[in-house]
Design a protein around this ligand. Structure first.
Ligand SMILES: *[C@@H]1O[C@H](CO)[C@@H](O)[C@H](O)[C@H]1NC(C)=O
Ligand SMILES: *[C@@H]1O[C@H](CO)[C@@H](O)[C@H](O)[C@H]1NC(C)=O
Ligand SMILES: *[C@@H]1O[C@H](CO)[C@@H](O)[C@H](O)[C@H]1NC(C)=O
Length: 602
């Protein structure tokens, strides 16, 4: 405000105040400023973190009024029709479709030459190396992309967590050389021996977990711990297991929470003290339920049951909650102090996704029955309550969300992350239907219906890429409800692509399990688009901000570690022609949620 515009009265009182202020002793003025800043800070903290989260309320599992309690017909078809969605009544599941499906399904190549039992044995570095010497043209291109990514990281970001390929420097997140740990098994699988030795030398001489850093328990477990153990299972280098044990002994303190059953989200690697981040007292559902494969694997390798017991307590606890609530879909948040669920969005995307993945994958690892049972029931619940199909020509099947403010309808939003589900469903079809069927001739219709859902969802994920201007998918897609012209659209805030793996991961499973060439074609289209729009000449690939503008994709200047750990690995394995290797991978191992392979223990 211009002082000249003030009324004379106001003007004089302003100067009076100013004079009084100046006459105050210096220490008092300082003290008053500190008090003022403190009040201002507390107020903004409240506004941003407390008030904005007040819609998160604890769900008491025994409370009859629980908004999200099952009530099987809560999402009433009539209300859904009002929104003009096809009622989610298993649209793809009538008897004829299934019969037709059984008749037309072929035995995929990986099973055709399943003659002896030699594929029960563990897979070795040597086998991957031999296969890489016979690789096809597509694999050569993908191997070159792995090398190009590795070279950029090695040259500009060595020892740091991630590469910033445009500015040619590194970026730390946890400070443990994450890209190296996450890439180990990819280098072995692609037969890149020299690069693997570079990584191994760094691990021997430079790697330390004695860092005073609060790391995310889940991310560090799935990327670093599993990165080390997966490579150890392939090449048997002792140092990898030693480092994994050291890391596991730090990460296991995530479970030192008051509830015991629900771990904290973060742990300090040095002090081993775990806690929630200041801005977020809750833990994510997916994070607490997606570390069990890794800790169980560590228990088997060390003969120390405690890793498995502590982490599996979470799965058992969630299983009990589900039984009590009779609801197989879970919200995004759970409280590590009370163990209570927090009412929040029901989604197969961020913060919930891999809970469903690990229900089944833990079953593959252990054959513990309740996991399979919960998995089958949760897929049924997904079909009943979250699946919908657009009404236009494309008839895109998607998995939507249920949001708190409108629990009666399906919110037509799907994260790219949801594309993982096709791969998990296909894996279930492989183990529970296809392999037994191959021997006994008895079909399991539950899992045949799962494959149908997997294929329909993958088709939608394909369009998420195919219908953008760059051929790359956005982070989140929306689907038209009434609109037959616009079946799929992208919000301006969701146009980024982070080099994510979920779609090509599913293509790897779908191709080898069905033998359908279209899945390789789709994978090549995605790879070509990554090459064209995300490759950085000096080394590495970058995440981008805008999949809609081929002339300006707005590089974000980051190469996430899952690009090498998952996206490129799954692409390379998608084009693997050595059926014996693929069969061993599927029959004897389970891929963790970061693409690392852990042996089955059954
Ligand atoms: C949940 O509700 C039951 C019955 O109303 C009550 O006994 C119990 O103390 C509640 N638990 C929590 C954690 O609020
Ligand atoms: C299919 O598999 C499920 C889970 O193992 C089982 O409960 C069901 O009985 C099986 N159905 C058939 C027809 O074998
Ligand atoms: C979209 O799919 C069609 C048909 O498979 C293909 O010809 C085309 O190249 C794809 N476009 C992109 C950008 O991937």
């Amino acid at each position: 405000m211009d002082l000249n515009e003030m009324s004379p009265n106001f003007k004089s009182s302003f100067f009076l105040l100013k004079r009084k202020w100046n006459r105050l002793p210096k220490f008092l003025r300082f003290y008053l400023i500190v008090v003022f800043l403190f009040v201002a800070f507390t107020f903004s903290y409240y506004v941003f973190f407390v008030a904005s989260k007040k819609n998160l309320i604890e769900i008491n599992a025994s409370d009859e009024n629980d908004l999200l309690l099952t009530d099987d017909d809560r999402i009433r078809p009539s209300q859904v029709i009002e929104h003009n969605l096809i009622p989610p009544q298993n649209p793809h599941l009538d008897d004829n479709t299934i019969k037709e499906f059984i008749v037309t399904q072929k035995i995929p190549p990986i099973l055709l030459d399943e003659s002896d039992n030699s594929d029960d044995k563990a897979i070795t570095s040597e086998e991957f190396l031999q296969a890489s010497l016979k690789q096809n043209e597509k694999q050569k291109m993908i191997q070159e992309a792995i090398l190009h990514s590795w070279k950029g990281y090695h040259e500009y970001a060595w020892g740091q967590d991630m590469l910033k390929p445009i500015t040619r420097k590194g970026k730390n997140w946890f400070g443990i050389g994450l890209t190296i740990l996450d890439s180990l098994d990819t280098l072995l699988i692609a037969g890149l021996e020299n690069e693997f030795q570079q990584a191994l030398n760094w691990i021997k001489h430079e790697l330390t977990f004695e860092v005073n850093e609060n790391v995310n328990c889940f991310e560090t477990t799935i990327r670093a711990l599993a990165g080390l153990t997966s490579a150890y299972h392939i090449c048997k280098e002792k140092i990898l297991l030693e480092k994994a044990i050291d890391l596991g002994n730090r990460l296991i303190h995530c479970f030192d929470s008051p509830s015991k059953t629900v771990p904290f989200s973060d742990v300090n690697l040095k002090s081993k003290i775990s806690k929630s981040p200041v801005y977020m007292p809750e833990s994510s559902m997916s994070e607490v339920s997606t570390v069990q494969l890794e800790f169980r694997d560590l228990s088997y390798e060390t003969n120390d049951k405690s890793y498995e017991e502590k982490s599996f307590a979470t799965s058992k606890y969630i299983h009990e909650l589900i039984q009590k609530r009779k609801n197989y879909l879970l919200p995004m948040y759970i409280n590590p102090l009370s163990g209570n669920l927090m009412s929040s969005t029901i989604t197969l995307g961020a913060r919930a996704d891999s809970y469903y993945e690990y229900l089944y994958k833990q079953y593959v690892q252990t054959k513990i029955e309740f996991l399979l049972d919960d998995y089958i029931r949760s897929i049924d619940a997904i079909k009943d309550r979250l699946v919908a199909t657009t009404q236009g020509e494309l008839k895109l099947l998607y998995i939507g969300e249920i949001i708190n403010s409108d629990p009666q309808s399906i919110h037509p939003k799907m994260d790219h992350l949801v594309c993982f589900l096709s791969g998990t469903l296909a894996l279930g079809y492989y183990h529970e239907h296809l392999r037994p069927f191959h021997k006994s001739g008895i079909a399991n219709e539950t899992f045949i219906s799962h494959l149908k859902l997997a294929e329909d969802l993958a088709r939608t994920c394909h369009y998420m890429y195919n219908l953008t201007e760059t051929g790359l998918a956005p982070e989140i897609a929306y689907f038209g409800i009434n609109d037959k012209q616009h079946e799929y659209y992208i919000q301006p805030r969701d146009t980024h692509n982070l080099l994510r793996p979920e779609f090509v991961e599913s293509l790897f499973f779908l191709y080898h399990i069905t033998g359908n060439q279209k899945y390789r074609d789709w994978g090549m289209q995605v790879f070509n688009a990554f090459e064209k729009f995300t490759r950085v000449n000096s080394g590495g690939y970058t995440t981008i901000n805008d999949v809609r503008h081929p002339k300006n994709v707005k590089p974000k200047d980051l190469m996430e570690s899952f690009w090498l750990a998952e996206t490129l690995k799954y692409l390379y394995l998608l084009f693997m022609d050595d059926h014996k290797i693929v069969r061993k991978l599927l029959n004897n191992y389970v891929f963790n949620t970061e693409g690392h392979i852990l042996p089955r223990r059954v």
